[in-house]
Each structure stands twice: as structure tokens, then as C-alpha cells.
Design a protein around this ligand. Sequence first.
Ligand code: DGJ
Length: 705
Amino acid sequence: MSITSGDNYWVLESGGAAYALGVEPLGVLTHTHWGPKLPRLADYPKAARPAFQILEHEMQNLPQEATTGEAGDSNERTIDGISADGSLRGFVLRFDKAEPVTNGIDIDLIDTAQSVRVTLKYRTLDRFGLFSRSLSIRNEGERPITLDRVFSGTFHLPQLGDFALNSLNGRWADEFGKVRQPMAFGTFARESRRLTTSHRSMPFFAVDREVPGLRASEENGEVWFGALDWSGNWKMLAERTRDDRSMIHLGLNDHDFAWDLQPGGIFDTPRAIFGYTAAGFGAMSRAFHDYVREEVAPRRHYQPPVVYNSWCATTFKVEEDKQIALASQAAAIGCELFVLDDGWFSGRSGDDAGLGDWWPDPAKFPNGLSPLIDAVHNLGMKFGLWIEPEMVNPNSELYRAHPDWIIHFPRRERTLSRNELILNLGRLDVQDHLIDVLDTLLTNAAVDFVKWDMNRNVSEPGWPDHVGDQRELWVRYVEGVHRVWSELRRRHPDIIFEGCSGGGGRVDLAMMVLTEQTWISDNTTPPARLEIQEGYSQLFPAGTMAAWVTDRIKGDFLDHDNGDYSLDYRFHAAMAGALGIGGNLLEWSEEQRDTAARHIASYKILRPLIANGDLFRILSPHETPYSAFMYVAKDKSEAALFAFRTHVSRMGAKPRIRLPGLEADAVYRIEDTGVELSGRALGVVGIDLIMNNFESILWRVTRTG
Ligand code: DGJ
């Protein structure tokens, strides 16, 4: 860690990157540098100064660490608020003090008229070459203040550049699509207004230069990047001013947001984790992966079990005998965990009943879950159970008892989505109820794994009996989810949790604290899935990425055309993450089950590499008719190369791919072909990829000298 301070200026260094700030003569905290580490402290500018322009306010041009719209600045604001009597709008912040803390610095700014103290918190995450920042607002006055925007930070890009925002966008079953968008004049937004992070976009940015020859690639080029540590509504504004300054503002969404800050009250924003690299998008992703695995994840260096999940095979038609039959086939091919998905609890014969009543359906499980769980355990597997605790069906005992526990507007119809309503987890009584009911469930049944789902977006976001501004719901709900989930983790520390929100509807850094793995999409069709997986890999490591091999399914709930792809191809796509099987094993031929057993056995050998190695993306299915990537062991002793032909295209040439990330002077053998070459030759000259449509390879590369 390195924080150097001069006379009211500070430099934070982490890995090869530096972030610097300083107070200018008026007392405004300005941003001075975000980029490569510089050789000497004296190299960093001490404070920014506004460029004078006639007919422009000076603040307009000043790169402020917390922008407030002060003195005519018409750019986007980092924070905004209003005193309760309406007499004072906005903030005017001046430097008060700076306090070094472990791994960072807290810088206090004050607004004397509003009696508000804003603490900007900067930390270095040295082992990963990353930083974090957040802010905290304290009302030191005697009047309440309503906060209506509280971003975690405004990030200034180097002045006078042309930049492009790379972001991840999608929708249900089509998550994590990569989009590159030049930052032209004006502001554009990415956001979620859906209560959760959402399928539609990720609170993540990677900015590179929009200059021919200077765009970043996987291996080269400057990237300024960041992500928000938050599981609810968020907003990101990419702003380029007419003065050619470019900024990213990131934080909680101010849409329909308000926070009632009483005298003495403090509001803390989530953290933004951010960094800079000159070594391209690959280096950015590897920094995030290491950070998640080593600092965030509940279990360090987690290696996912091979899962069998019966959802695709049986949907709601759960019968004890059939589940046991599936479990014994799953065990026979090498699965390590059997997950009973939706359909097991009281009244659950379709999606229109039962949510909220978290006990086994007496018709389906007359003797409770124990016979099935015992059978699974006797087969040598662990047992997992699906829940969707934040939701309730109107047709449930819980709803009949507590219709007021729902997020709703009085006097308006409650909109159903998948026949569900959302419990208001902002409420303490609802949180306590869920902790109690789920604790009982997990105490009474020998459950080793929980898949926690969340299948709808919010509507009518009201909280009629909240003491305070109802618009606090957006934040208090998310805090409630985290409280319930963390408490269950505390009480059941051995249980592994899988996060899911209709696939990837709630995937973010904050969820990585609660979950060992994530069901990232309901789309399991390999070519699409490989694109989704590549998007996910921008931020999150492969060991957290649950991926199933499924069958061709056409039904009310599922529609996968997987039968069109060979079983090898489907396995290879799923083996790139936390391998799971979702196909109906009772209908698989012996030959198919043998193929499955063979792939599962080799997955177990490669698993440490996939879960904890360094990812090098080689060919993107977003840009080429191929997907190719490699996981390289940290000590570079071995690697696993995955390659797929994902699209039919007119491109006739067979690509030659370079295998990056290996030790240049070491010799490696590609076990499957017998080719032996130095790491340098593999990295510079590469190998030919000869592959027909929808064929795939998974090759093991080992160091031989
Ligand atoms: C949505 C999930 O993404 C699926 O995997 C499955 O668990 C269903 N919900 C069950 O209702």
C-alpha cells in the first residue's frame, strides 16, 4: 500500500496504478491524476485549476471529486440534497481535514450553511492493483435534509481525450452482452430501476481510448474501469462536457430515490471498486477475478462441486421416486451434488401457488424431505434445495396472513409477474420472519446447498406505513436482503449458496459476498451461452459461474434448442465454469451417460485451473465466429484451452490463435495433439484452429521443461 501526502494533496498507488487528488486555493477537492504510477511524488499535479473562459463559471471546468452544481456548474452532480424547509438546495463543499486510515485516507469536506459533512473514503486494494471509494454524508445541523442523489463517486478521465464506454447489457436469457459506445458530447446513462441489479445492464464500466491505434485489446491498451458493490437500483452516467472533460458518475440510482437524513444521521454509499491498467481488458478482468476470489468470496479459492439440478428434467412435476431415480443416475456419472429446484414446497404444482410457504408439500413428500435427502447422501452426493424467499404468491398461507407485507401502493392494483408479489424486505418484521422460517427449514433438513432465486421486477414501489420517506425502499430493501442472507450464512456456515434471479438478474460484486456461485442465465444454448459467459467473465471468475448441460426442451417454462449441439460441445461450454448437468438423465442413452462420465472426470482434474487460474480470452464470440480462451495456472505449470466454433459464417480462413499467459522460456506440451512448443512460440506464433461449425476442443497444456 502506498499513500503519499504533500501539502493538502494525496497520491494513492496500487499495483502499477495511481490515483491522486488535491485541494485547490478555494478549498475545493480536485482530481489530479488517474493512470499509471509516476516515478516521483513531485510528478503528480498538486491540484487542478479551472481554465478561465469568458462567460463560463469557473466551477464548470474544475474536476471536482464530489461535484455539487456549486456556483453555476451545470455538469452532472455526485450528490444533491435539500434542507427540509426547502430554503437551501444543493451543497457547497470545502476541505476540512484528511485522516489516514488503514490502507487509505478519509477526506472530510463540509458545507457550513447546510451543516453537512461529506467524508470521501479512498482505499487501496494493493494485492489486486485496485482501489475503492465511497462517501458518507453526516447531517451535523438541526434540520433534516432530504438527499436525492448520492453517487459513490465521480471518476474523471484524462482531459482532452476521446474515450469509449464498454459496458455489459442484456435482458432475460440474454445477459452480459458487450457494448462499446463512444463518449460523444452529452450524457448517457446505464441503470437499473428494477430493485435489483437487473438483467438489463451491469453497474460496471471499462473506458478505453476512442482513437485509432489506441483502443484497448485483451492484451494491450489503457483501460479505466470500475464496478459498484451494490445489489439494487444503480445508475452510471457517462458524461462528456463541451469543455472536453469526460467523467463517469456511478452509484445508487436517484430515480424515485430520497433519503431522509435526520440531525446526527449518516448515509453511507456503497463502494465503487476501480482501477487502471495499460495491459488491456484481460488484465482488468484478472484483477477483478483475483479480488473476488481472494477478498470477497465467502470461501477463498472455492472449487465448485459438479451439480445435477433436476429443474429442466422435471420442472414443477416433482415426485420423490423420480428425483431419487435421477439422483442415482447423477451419482453414477460422477455428480457431487443433487439440487431439487422449484416445485417441492407446500402447494407448489405450478408457478401460481406456494411461494412463501417454505415447508415440503405433504402430497409430494408425505414423510418430509428426509427420504430424498438420505437417498442422495447415501449415493455419496450432497443435497441442495431451491428457494425464492423474497417472493410470495397471492395463493399462499403467508400472503393470506400478511397482505400488508408486500411492496405495494394502497388503492392501486398489485401487478403480478410470474404470479408473484414481492415481500417488502425493507421491513424488519419481514426480515425476521424470513430468518426464522428459513433457519427452521435449514435446521430441520440436512441441506448442504441452497439456490436462492428471485424471479420478478418491482412494480408499485410503495411502503405505505414506513416512518420516513417511502422512497427509501430502494435502499432498505437491498439492505434487508443482505441482512437476512448474511444471518442465514452465519447460522449455517457450511451451506454453499448459489445466487439466481431468473438467471443473471442480480449479479454484482455485493452478491459475491453472499454466494459461492451464480446461475448466470436461463439460456443454456451453447453459442448464446458462450457470449453470455464471456460477458460475465469481464468481472467475475469462472469458478462462480454455474453452467449446465441441458437437453432440447420445448415447454411452458423452458425453451432450449440444445439437441442441435453435440454432447461434447454442450459439455465443453459448461466445463468452462462451475459444471452442472440439467438434462433428463433418465432419457439419456448409455453412450450419452458414458460421455458425460468421461467429461465429468476430466473436469475434476481441470477444476482447480478453471476455478482459480488466470483467464486469457483469445477469440470473442461477440466479434468472431469462434470463442476461445484459456485458463492458466498461477504458477504457469499448466493450462486448459477451450475453443468453439460458435457461428456459421462466410469466413473461410481457419484462424491461427496465440496462446498468451504462458512462461516464455518454458516448454509446453499440448496433451491432446502431442505438439510441444515453448511458451514464447505458443504466445507469439500460436497454433491453427481447425474446426467445423459447432465443433469444440478442450485441450490440456502442460509444462514439460
Ligand atoms: C428461474 C431460474 O433461473 C431457473 O433456473 C429455475 O430455478 C426457475 N427459476 C424455477 O422457477
